[in-house]
Design a binder for this molecule. Structure first.
Ligand SMILES: Cc1cc2nc3c(=O)[nH]c(=O)nc-3n(C[C@H](O)[C@H](O)[C@H](O)COP(=O)(O)O)c2cc1C
Length: 369
């Protein structure tokens, strides 16, 4: 049953044993200096039988870090700690890419010693986000604060951000990751440049869609300096309107992004295009076909899949592989549950973004291990 999920295949320049991809999931179990911890190595090793693990979003620069206890990859202590994670995953037989991240305008000043965050244009996101925990605060949940108006990035800010992604890729290679995924989705910095609602610049980085993809193009160019493009993926969500996002033509944007991925012969594009609502809405106008017009490499689709729908999409050639996010929280043995048609365990979302071992590495496998 669902045989297409369990076939080996080649993604870029990496052989994968199956088509079940672990989607990136921020779980905030690094330490307060954003250095990965031993429990993160245990967590990823528990899931090492999937085709490919894509780590949680990992900040490439302190200016792009606005999440309490999320990991970074900008200094030597982080590289050393990530090396322990990759070594543990490889010893368990797995493959692991690091997701390179910069939050741009979504960083609260609380994380920047009170400074304004940076973004393509001086437009604030809507709503609130998690603020860091105050000293002595022992409640489980983090306080919430509204997003602020970012400072419009000048050329020096752009050059610094681009080189941070390049250094992030070099650090990921040093930490023995099998590859990297550039996070250009979900309203973070690259997405802020891509989408018309958050980029109203009048210089070479804004205006037409060809100009809005320039920042992404520069980031990809910097990353492939330090990583084989056959080991580089790109995550996008051009139809998502979460976190105050929006684009005048997601279809055109998808074609332009696909053009960049094609130009650099990237291993894959990871498209968040849900087939069921939940994490984000199901898009009214899916862009998979538009992406395919300009990109000939593998597309990993994500959002609301189960084993049956994933196998069906792969068999029909709709996507080369499917990634699973929420199902991986409570099912470390997701692959084996899919193989044996064992019902999935339900996650306790209270511990999705906060806590330590509980709700993180204590979910049992179906056979009780
Ligand atoms: C707890 C949680 C953390 C997430 N963290 C990330 C992240 O770090 N990077 C990212 O690109 N997407 C992140 N996502 C989005 C997931 O990768 C995925 O797109 C989403 O859960 C929909 O897929 P699913 O239906 O298989 O869960 C996160 C989602 C959840 C629920």
């Amino acid at each position: 049953m669902n045989a297409p999920l369990f076939q080996p295949w080649r993604l870029g320049t990496l052989d994968l044993p199956n088509h079940v991809i672990m989607a990136p999931l921020t779980r905030a179990r690094a330490d307060e200096q954003h250095v990965p911890t031993a429990m993160m190595a245990a967590y990823y090793a528990q899931r090492a039988d999937c085709g490919l693990i894509i780590t949680e979003a990992t900040a490439v620069d302190p200016l792009g870090m606005g999440w309490y206890r999320a990991p970074g990859i900008w200094n030597d202590a982080m590289v050393e700690a990530w090396t322990k994670v990759t070594t543990t995953v490889h010893a368990a037989g797995g493959r692991i890419f690091n997701q390179l991240w910069h939050m741009g305008r979504l960083v609260l000043p609380d994380y920047l010693n009170g400074d304004q965050p940076i973004g393509p244009s001086a437009i604030a996101s809507e709503g609130e986000t998690f603020a860091p925990r105050a000293d002595g605060d022992t409640s489980l949940f983090l306080p919430m604060k509204p997003y602020v108006v970012p400072r419009e990035m000048g050329q020096a800010d752009i050059d610094h951000a681009v080189s941070s992604y390049g250094k992030g890729a070099a650090n990921a290679a040093a930490a023995d990751f099998d590859g990297v995924e550039i996070h250009a989705a979900n309203g973070y910095l690259i997405d802020q440049f891509l989408q018309s609602k958050t980029n109203v610049r009048t210089d070479k980085y804004g205006g037409s869609v060809d100009k809005r993809v320039l920042f992404l193009r520069e980031v990809v160019a910097a990353v492939v300096q330090n990583m084989d493009p056959g080991r580089v993926g790109l995550r996008i969500s051009p139809t998502s309107v979460r976190k105050g996002m929006g684009d005048e033509s997601p279809e055109r944007l998808a074609r332009a992004i696909g053009g960049v991925a094609e130009e650099f012969q990237l291993a894959y594009v990871h498209l968040i295009e849900p087939i069921a609502p939940g994490f984000m809405d199901k898009p009214k106008y899916p862009v998979m076909k538009d992406l395919r017009q300009s990109f000939s490499g593998a597309v990993i689709q994500n959002g609301g899949f189960d084993a049956e729908t994933a196998a069906h999409f792969i068999a029909a050639g709709e996507a080369q592989a499917i990634s699973f996010g929420r199902p991986y929280i409570a099912n470390p043995d997701l692959l084996s549950r899919f193989r044996k048609a064992i019902p999935l365990a339900e996650a306790n979302f209270d511990f999705a973004y906060v806590g330590d071992e509980q709700g993180y590495i204590d979910y049992p496998t179906a056979d009780g291990r």
